[in-house]
Design a protein around this ligand. Structure first.
Ligand SMILES: Nc1ncnc2c1ncn2[C@@H]1O[C@H](COP(=O)(O)OP(=O)(O)OP(=O)(O)O)[C@@H](O)[C@H]1O
Length: 242
């Protein structure tokens, strides 16, 4: 994949480029203006984190970037093409906070799903699924259904599913929120590895360990994004964005 052009800072032709994103939600007390004109660029090969107080709009932004929601204004492009609701997993995969695992499929079947949908050969599906589950310390749990797994285990299954199709863009919402010290390093390693392999990775997080492996860190506050420096802000109060 094309790396970020260091001379222009642009994502070139293979990264994520969002411009002028605006999103409001109707509310009886007055519309909630969550995103007020957001520009975000994540180049191929880059891992960018985004921090912000609870309610600042991180999940709202990630849903727009991955085609799960539509902006009131602005554009999202991957490799130069607009992101739509039916963006294929190979172009953009979202790891949402709610995970979205299919309850009637086993962990292994959930991970294999994006590969099955694109008719990847069985041997490759098996190899990729086995490799990802092992890398996330989920060996032996492939045949369990989501309700038979802890939330942290389910979160790792959802990450494996997002990574399985080797997406050009990976968008992850708090991917380490439910992990312990034993499993967090595996998740960090896969996120960093995906970027090093040429993926564009954007992670919303309050976790200093994730910020530490990032190339850049953004801050979302008051409906706007800025480049951040220094320690993570963490969740210390509600953001009454309006
Ligand atoms: N569908 C919706 N309808 C109305 N308001 C919404 C909707 N979705 C989000 N909001 C509001 O938008 C704001 C941003 O929410 P969002 O979930 O994006 O924040 P966040 O930064 O991801 O928070 P957290 O860190 O707690 O997950 C909040 O004030 C929330 O109440």
């Amino acid at each position: 994949m094309t790396a970020t052009d260091p001379t222009t800072g642009s994502a070139g032709t293979s990264g994520l480029v969002a411009a002028g994103l605006r999103r409001s939600f109707p509310h009886p007390g007055g519309d909630v203006h969550v995103l007020r004109g957001i520009d975000v660029t994540v180049g191929a090969g880059e891992l960018v984190t985004i921090a912000g107080r609870s309610g600042s709009g991180k999940s709202t932004l990630l849903a727009l970037l991955s085609g799960f929601d539509t902006a009131d204004a602005g554009s999202v492009r991957i490799a130069g093409a607009p992101v739509t609701a039916d963006v294929p997993w190979q172009r953009c995969a979202l790891l949402p906070q709610a995970l979205g695992l299919l309850q009637e499929l086993t962990a292994g079947e959930n991970v294999a799903l994006p590969l099955r949908l694109t008719r990847v050969p069985d041997s490759e599906v098996t190899a990729t699924t086995t490799e990802l589950l092992a890398a996330l310390r989920l060996d032996g749990l492939a045949d369990r259904y989501p309700p038979e797994l802890s939330f942290g285990q389910q979160q790792r299954v959802a990450l494996a599913r997002a990574l399985a199709p080797r997406p050009a863009v990976l968008v992850a919402d708090e991917p380490t929120a439910h992990l312990d010290a034993g499993t967090a390093p595996a998740v960090l390693s896969l996120l960093r590895g995906h970027a090093d392999d040429g993926g564009a990775v954007l992670v919303a997080t309050h976790d200093d360990a994730v910020h530490a492996i990032a190339d850049r860190r953004l801050e979302l506050a008051g409906g706007a994004v800025s480049e951040a420096a220094g320690d993570t802000g963490g969740t210390v109060a509600e953001d009454a964005t309006r």
